[in-house]
Write a protein that binds this ligand. Structure first.
Ligand SMILES: NC(=O)c1ccc[n+]([C@@H]2O[C@H](COP(=O)([O-])OP(=O)(O)OC[C@H]3O[C@@H](n4cnc5c(N)ncnc54)[C@H](O)[C@@H]3O)[C@@H](O)[C@H]2O)c1
Length: 698
């Protein structure tokens, strides 16, 4: 046997153990060893039955990720060979699922004649999350084990389900002593082969329309994705074709999916989600500080949501407000928020009470003496923030992390208001803070490694994707957003209607376009920021917010008062407003911008290429360490379509020479110096390199 496959006999039953730490991934060595062990056990007259199990905490957590996207190794058995051999055994084969059985791991278990699962084991076929379908008989065996509808749910959603909650038919027994029970079952039961058993397909065969109905139900959730629909198509094969033919077609679909940009994008996101936690600028051996309790200053829109994150993670949190009335209001909003979730049946009343019990309100900074981390979320005003950090410096215990949720202010200036700038860091949450997955952590010039590492640990603790960035105006996310929104505004001044821009961006895969977003956020918010920053310069042709300013001045604040870029009815349905179209035409005239017809391609190119261009500058400046950091920020904070892998990954897919050529074109054909290509982009194209190549150096 190879050293990743161990065998032992118990009561005449051959126990084959896969021992490929850390998660028993099905590497080439595992496949080779498992095939040999299966055949040897079947051929050995002393062996009465066979049990397959995993060493350590996993059964088999899936394929070997190092083999992803690579051609199959020559001369090595495939996963399908293993599954076929297990099922073909003349002796009963039982999978003893001691831990996670995911992807190829569950397909192996489905090749076995019976399955015993540990109560803590999780089972599932998550291939859809990698932009593909289960490709080793999973789409044909799972429906035969649990029926079509349950199989569709598992395969299309790609979630791992605890053994106790698995649909009937997946595990024959759920037991603590998986191997013991599997041995007993193997000795007691005859051979049984899923590939020969169509009984659970009968209901669907009688109702073929169910697949189209299922697809209809997916439309909203999977807009723009292909793989989830390919999963349905593959499962549907099980009722249309005999097993062998369906399996061959499953393989074709799998191979097709693997070659699509979606699979590349989803693989990139899968790896990046893990990689992003490793921050190159933090020395490897630096440990985060302990985080047991937290403080939040300001219980408004953001502070309330931030406090909920701590309570949700089981941490006690003290929230500070200016007076009792503001405190009551803030705590009331948190309560209302939780109550809404309870009403929807997604949280129990007892759990809500427990979480509310972890949140303590106060109007005294003295209550910030004990927390391990304090996050400030008061109004966006530098003087106020400096004053608060000065106070915090006097009360917070030594070693406490002092964080600010500022979205635009200089973290270094805030840190300088304390005597301990090494403990100060930006933790930029996104709204709604209790929902959005991104935590953009901002490392100041003097932030220590330990503090930075603790901010990353904070993200992990509260179940967010933490990304470390450096200090600059708007940090990474909003700085890039600004470049993109500018293009959107100019497009409108040059002839595109707001609804046309929004549709092009929506069709690209974002949840909404820039003008819908502006109406949702409130036109007053952007206007105040521009005034505060003294940005307004309506006669300057490079100033992008001439229309937005005018809309605000006409009292059009967006959804909050029923009119902004669009008109809204009482149900918040939006429609284009001729008055807005007229205003835009007038502004175009004033700005001397000739209007022309603009197509969806130009809209997407100008908005998205501007985004990538700004990303290139950010990388060059070292504000983001790697393209993947930017990709994660845009996917988890701004709704960039996941299946495109993030803006920088997508740029490589588009091809940097093409992207540069178009940027040059837009830059040169008008006085749009804001589209001047970034030096890094030019350099990469000159050297024939991609952002991925550039990242390989980091
Ligand atoms: N709203 C967003 O979408 C968003 C997103 C990311 C970051 N931010 C940033 O988060 C911060 C807060 O924004 P918000 O939208 O929650 O504002 P908000 O106006 O909803 O809340 C601010 C709260 O701070 C309280 N406050 C003011 N001074 C205080 C003091 N001295 N001590 C204690 N509490 C005080 C106010 O009473 C108010 O409840 C800002 O820095 C903002 O830039 C906001």
């Amino acid at each position: 046997m190879t050293d990743v496959i161990k065998t032992a006999d118990r009561e005449g039953v051959r126990i084959i153990t896969i021992d490929n730490a850390p998660v028993n991934a099905i590497s080439a060595a595992v496949r080779t060893g498992l095939l040999a062990a299966t055949k040897a056990a079947d051929a050995d007259p002393a062996v009465k039955a066979i049990v397959v199990t995993g060493a350590g905490r996993a059964f088999i957590a899936g394929a070997d990720i190092r083999e992803f996207g690579k051609p199959p190794a020559v001369g090595v058995p495939t996963l399908r060979d293993n599954i076929a051999a297990l099922e073909a055994c003349s002796k009963t084969v039982v999978a003893a699922i001691n831990g996670a059985a995911a992807g190829g791991g569950l397909e192996i278990a489905l090749g076995c004649h019976y399955r015993v699962a540990h109560p803590k084991a999780v089972l599932g076929l998550p291939e859809v999350n990698l932009g593909t379908i289960p490709g080793a008989t999973g789409t044909q065996r799972l429906p035969r084990a649990v029926g079509i509808e349950a199989a569709l749910d598992m395969i299309v959603n790609g979630v791992l389900i605890p053994a106790a909650k698995c649909p009937p038919g997946l595990a024959d027994e759920v037991a603590e002593d998986v191997v013991g029970n599997a041995v007993a079952l193997a000795l007691a039961k005859p051979v049984r082969r899923l590939s020969k058993d169509d009984s659970k397909l009968a209901a669907a065969k009688a109702k073929p329309a169910l697949f189209d109905e299922y697809r209809k139900g997916m439309a909203r959730r999977f807009r723009g994705f292909t793989a989830p629909y390919k999963c349905v198509e593959a499962v549907e094969l099980s009722v249309k074709f005999p097993y062998a033919e369906a399996v061959a077609k499953e393989r074709e679909i799998f191979t097709w999916c693997q070659g699509q940009p979606e699979a590349r994008g989803m693989r990139h996101v899968f790896f990046s989600e893990r990689e992003v936690a490793r921050v190159p600028s933090i020395a490897k051996d630096v440990k985060p500080r302990e985080l047991k309790s937290a403080g939040v200053i300001g219980c408004g829109t953001m502070g309330g949501g931030i406090a909920m994150n701590f309570a949700n993670a089981g941490m006690s949190v003290t929230v500070i407000e200016t007076d009792t009335a503001a405190l009551e209001k803030g705590l009331g909003l948190i309560r209302k928020n939780y109550a809404g979730t309870v009403e929807k049946g997604r949280l129990s009343q007892a759990e809500m009470d427990k979480r509310m019990g972890l949140i303590k309100g106060s109007t005294s900074y003295d209550d910030l003496k004990t927390p391990d981390i304090v996050i400030e979320a008061v109004f966006e005003n530098l003087d106020l923030k400096k004053q608060i950090f000065g106070k915090l410096d006097r009360v917070a215990k030594p070693g406490a992390v002092l964080a600010t949720n500022t979205s635009t202010l200089d973290v270094d200036a805030i840190a300088a208001a304390t005597g301990r700038p090494q403990d100060v860091v930006g933790t930029h949450f996104f709204s709604p803070a209790n929902v959005m997955k991104l935590l953009e952590n901002v490392r100041g010039a003097r932030t220590s490694d330990e503090t930075a590492q603790t901010a990353m640990e904070l993200a992990r603790r509260i179940n967010k994707v933490g990304v470390m960035v450096g200090v600059c105006d708007g940090f990474v996310g909003n700085r890039m957003l600004y470049a993109y929104s500018r293009q959107a505004s100019f497009l409108v001044e040059e002839g595109a209607a707001p609804e046309q821009v929004d549709k092009a961006i929506y069709d690209f895969g974002f949840p909404m376009g820039p003008f819908q977003m502006s109406d949702l956020a409130g036109l007053d918010v952007g206007y105040m920021v521009r005034m505060e920053r003294k940005e307004r310069a309506p006669t300057n042709r490079r100033y992008a917010n001439a229309v937005a300013d005018r809309l605000y001045e006409l009292g059009r604040y967006g959804q909050k008062n029923g009119k902004g870029w669009y008109l809204y009815d009482a149900q918040r349905n939006r429609s284009a407003d001729p008055a807005v179209a007229a205003l835009i035409e007038q502004v175009s005239k004033e700005q001397c911008r000739p209007r022309r017809a603009i197509g969806a391609d130009e809209i997407v190119e100008r908005c998205m290429y501007a985004l990538v261009n700004e990303g290139a500058k950010i990388l060059d400046e070292g504000i983001a360490a790697r393209p993947l950091d930017i990709d994660m920020i845009w996917i988890f904070g701004y709704g960039f379509p996941r299946y495109r892998g993030g803006p920088m990954f997508w740029a490589d897919e588009v091809g940097l020479p093409k992207l540069l050529e178009r940027l040059e074109h837009y830059w040169k054909t008008a006085d749009r110096d804001w589209l001047e290509p970034a030096p890094l982009l030019r350099k990469l194209v000159k050297d024939g390199k991609t952002f991925r190549d550039w990242a390989a150096k980091v």
